[in-house]
Design a protein around this ligand. Structure first.
Ligand code: HEM
Length: 178
């Protein structure tokens, strides 16, 4: 399996890095566009029912758009993490550290993995809340829908934007680390 990942990365390096970067652009850029452009525009709709319905629909479209790129991001990340040999440079076969600097770079890769995991769990929680809001709207419960969508806009999307920008920065650090 490891050999397969190393060979795949070696043969398709440019494509894999491109897919990693374009996935980050669409996921993080998509959230920024929704939070700082669509959100402001939606908040100008006077009728609260229509406003909440449009917000739930806009988020549905965003989440459907980003999901394949979230998966592409982790697939390309694994290929890069193995293909670039971070572990092999840091440890020997028995797990002993052979290079302190390479070990710190390898740990930085783990930080990105943790960020991806938190972002993905946060995305799953947002999908769940959005669905809950949609069901509340069908039942005419505007208060519940407003509460569910409000947390997504005020906290959950901004948290993922901050994590995404951090992951992009760490990507640049990794690129310049070897
Ligand atoms: C499983 C988690 C991840 C791992 C193991 C990982 C690993 C890497 C590595 C090794 C590089 C350097 C590639 C090179 O040297 O050419 C990189 C670059 C990059 N990563 Fe990640 N990444 C992960 C998640 C993410 C996430 C969540 C984002 C953003 C949402 C992201 C955005 C980027 C970007 C934009 C670059 C390009 C930086 C540049 O070209 O200077 N990565 N990543």
């Amino acid at each position: 399996m490891k050999e397969f990942l190393i060979e795949t990365f070696a043969h398709h390096r440019t494509l894999i890095v491109f897919l990693h970067i374009i996935s980050a652009v669409i996921w993080v850029g998509g959230m920024i566009a929704i939070r700082f452009a669509a959100h402001q525009s939606l908040s100008m709709i006077a009728d609260p029912k229509i406003r909440l319905e449009r917000a739930a629909h806009t988020l549905k479209r965003l989440f459907a758009l980003v999901t394949p790129f979230v998966l592409t991001l982790i697939i390309t990340a694994v290929l890069m993490a193995v293909g670039l040999g971070f572990r092999a440079a840091a440890m020997d076969a028995t797990g002993h550290v052979i290079d302190e600097y390479a070990m710190s770079v390898y740990n930085t890769v783990h930080i990105k993995e943790a960020i991806w995991l938190i972002m993905t769990l946060n995305l799953a929680a947002m999908m769940f809340r959005r669905r809950k809001a949609e069901l509340a709207l069908h039942e005419g419960n505007l208060e519940e829908a407003k509460e569910a969508l409000g947390l997504i806009a005020k906290t959950m999307v901004p948290v993922n934007i901050a994590l995404g920008v951090t992951a992009i920065f760490i990507g640049v650090v990794l690129r310049n680390a070897y």
